[in-house]
Design a protein. Structure first.
Length: 269
């Protein structure tokens, strides 16, 4: 009900009957849905402007209230006539832009407490039902005003770079700028990064190498030979070479008893 309270306080001097309070509530619902009031009567008057307030003389005729509205995007212009028939109010609304017509009938006693016209907090009841009736009976059939386009990111530089996503290709960096930080080769999330992004200079390939385990090690040239294992020239320069054993005494390696087979201590095995 935010906004309706100050509107009701502003219009309170003109509200003398329950139907006045109901028209005030209907007016605010149209304002909430993107419409502004232009004035009273069927025809436009001089110096009209869009306003959230009710125009002067809006309550002059207690039997037929005639108000004109225009959407903020100027796509819809509504002619509202609220006609009193005994204890009910018949809303007849025509969109002059599309010539569409919508009708809603409201029982005044369902939404207004006539004995509390001086107290805003007590004068309205079933306000959510009133909002639903206006939205489904008027706004939806005639078409709601267009909403503003969603705000786009101001620039690409405001977008956050996700360093933990190995599938995302890094953005091109201008010359002389610093590239984004890459994951540490010791990070478990670096596994497979080199295979997914072979041109990014990342670490963590899928080839198992227990002798390196992600730590930077001095390069090995197998074409120069490995003492006690390969003579010089056994591996052509530049050829792919997978180590087939420890490359020196005292090098750490996997313990063959680190993961014994299941049931190794079973006496019947």
């Amino acid at each position: 009900m935010a906004g309706l309270e100050p509107l009701y306080a502003w219009a309170r001097a003109a509200i003398s009957r329950p139907q006045d309070a109901l028209v005030c509530g209907i007016h605010w619902e149209l304002v909430r849905h993107g419409y502004r009031c232009l004035g009273t009567g069927d025809q436009p008057g001089p110096d009209e402007r869009k306003s959230e307030l009710l125009p002067a003389g809006w309550e002059a005729n207690k039997e037929v209230y005639t108000l004109r509205y225009k959407s903020m995007d100027d796509a819809h212009e509504l002619l509202l006539k609220a006609i009193m028939v005994e204890d009910s109010m018949i809303l007849n609304v025509m969109d002059r832009s599309s010539q569409k017509v919508a009708d809603v009938t409201l029982a005044v006693a369902d939404y207004i407490n006539p004995e509390h016209l001086d107290d805003f907090h007590k004068v309205y009841k079933n306000i959510e039902e009133l909002r639903t009736r206006i939205a489904s009976g008027i706004i939806t059939p005639l078409g709601a005003p267009a909403e503003k386009a969603k705000k786009e990111p101001e620039s690409k530089k405001d977008m956050v770079w996700d360093d933990e996503n190995p599938l995302r290709l890094p953005p091109r960096q201008p010359m002389g700028t610093r590239a984004p930080t890459r994951p540490s080769p010791l990070s478990p999330f670096a596994v497979g990064g080199e295979d997914l992004d072979p041109f990014g200079g990342r670490s963590g390939g899928m080839i198992v190498d227990p002798l390196h385990s992600g730590f930077p090690q001095p390069g090995i040239d197998p074409s120069s030979g490995i003492p006690g294992r390969l003579p010089p020239g056994a591996v052509p320069p530049g050829a792919r070479f997978d180590p087939f054993g420890p490359l020196g005494a005292g090098r750490p390696g996997p313990d063959p008893d680190h993961l014994p087979p299941p049931g190794y201590d079973d006496m019947f095995m």
